[in-house]
Design a protein around this ligand. Sequence first.
Ligand code: PMP
Length: 354
Amino acid sequence: MSRFLSSRFSSLAAYVPGEQPQDRQYVKLNTNESPFPPSPEVLAAVNAAEAERLNLYPDPECTRLRKKLAALYQVEEDNIFLSNGSDEILNFAFMAFCDKSRPVAFPAISYGFYPVFAQLHQLPYTPIPLREDFTIAVEDYRNIRHNIVLANPNAPTGLALSRAEIEEILRANPDHVVLIDEAYVDFGAESCVPLIGRYENLLVCQTFSKSRSMAGARLGFAIAGAPLIADLNRIKYATNPYNINRLTLAAGEAAVDSNGYYMANCRTIMENRAYTVDRLSKLGFETLPSQANFIFTRCPKLSGGALYAALKERGVLVRHWDKPEISDYLRITIGSREQMDILLEQIQEILKEV
Ligand code: PMP
C-alpha cells in the first residue's frame, strides 16, 4: 500500500479469483469455465473485419445485442442491460441501490465478491447463515429491510431455490431490490426471468462466461423492469459508457444466434455431472445435489486442503476455501467426460496412498 491510498480503502480486502496459472497445463476445474469452445458462428464473428474496426468506439447502447437477447428471453429491449462480465452488474447494482439506509443482505456462504462490493462501496451488509445442510432458509429473508442478493443456484454449493420460493422473497420485500444472480441457471435451475413483468423490485443477472463459453470475452447481462435498468445505465454512463468492446459485442450477438449449440452443451455438462457424482459416491464422497456446472463435494478420508493439494500436484486444479464451515469441501467444475475421467482416476490413485 502506498501512502497515497485513500483511507477509505486501507482495510479493503479484495476478491481473490481462482488461480489462472500460466506456467503449466492443468486439467482446469477451478473456475467454472466451459470445456467447450465458442460456437463456429462466434469464431466467425470475431474476424479480421471486426478487428479492423477497433479504431472505432463500440456502440455504447449495445443495440443489436440487446435486441437479440430481448427476443430470446421474451422481454423488451429496455428490460436488458449489458455489462463487462456479470461482476460489473453486481458492482453497479451495489452502487445504485444500496446506501447507509438501505443495507444489503446475502447468504453467509455464497459468491465471495458480494462482501467485497459491499466493502468497496462502504455499505452496511448482513451475511445470513445457511441451514446446516447448506440450504437457504426462505423465512430468513422475510421483511428484513435490506436489499437482497441471492445466487441461484448458489455458489459454491450448487443448491438452487425454486422460482416459487424466490417469489415469496420478492413479495415479502416490495420496497427493496432483490437481485437474483443466475450465473449458473442454464445448468438446471428455474430462472426468474418470467417474473420480470410482475415484480418491479426484481433484478436478474446472467453471464456469457459459463453456459456460453465466453469467460475470456467478459460479457454479462441484467434483465429487469425498465426503471431498474435505467438506474444501472445511470451508473454505467457515469463510470464507463463503452463497457463492452467491439469484439465481445460481435461474439455475444453470434452466441445468441447459436443458442441451440450452447443449450446442447449444457445438457452434456448435466450428464457429465450426474456421471461424476455417481462415480464419486462409489468412492465414498458426499456431494450436494448441484444444479450448476460444478459440484461441492467432500471426501471421507482426506481433508479438503489435502485433496486439493494432491490433485494440484497431479495436474488437476479444483477450488478449495480455508473457511472453517466449508474447509472439508472442494468445488469441482464439471468439464468434458475426458476431464472428469482424469479427475476420477487421479482421486482413485490418491486414495490408494492414504
Ligand atoms: N456470479 C457468480 C455466482 C459467479 O460465480 C461468478 C463467476 N465468478 C460471477 C457472478 C461473475 O461472472 P462473470 O463476471 O464472469 O460474468
